[in-house]
Design a protein around this ligand. Sequence first.
Ligand code: HEM
Length: 123
Amino acid sequence: MKDIQTRADVDQMIYTFYEKVMVDPEIGFFFTEIVQLDLEHHLPKIADFWETTLFHQAKYKGNPITPHIAIHEKSPLTQAHFDRWVKVFCQTIDDLFSGGIAEMAKQRAQSIATVMLIKIKTV
Ligand code: HEM
């Protein structure tokens, strides 16, 4: 299995993750009911975020915390929800990639999720 190396790899990772997470019995409803996502607009933005995070490309300009605070106000986001998000994300990576960047992506997901939940709870 190859490592995450290109934008096409990041796109594959994100599209596969969303295929799983949007039908997930524990957290799918956030993506389909709490927020009705326009995927054509949303997925490239999420891929920009990961390209920026993994390859230091200055693509994503935004604040990833703000939309999650808005979601939390509509339907509380819990530790269990974040644990599930990280689990599905890491499983997606393990199904598709292996290597140093793949490991870094999983670590970053976990650490961003931890910080995000703390920030959401302290607003
Ligand atoms: C249970 C956990 C999570 C849920 C249910 C969730 C759900 C969502 C939803 C529904 C949106 C779209 C919001 C909107 O457009 O109004 C969104 C945006 C986003 N999420 Fe999450 N998310 C979770 C955790 C995470 C984590 C851990 C990360 C990063 C590692 C992340 C990264 C992002 C980014 C970058 C955006 C786009 C922000 C922007 O619009 O600039 N999310 N999330």
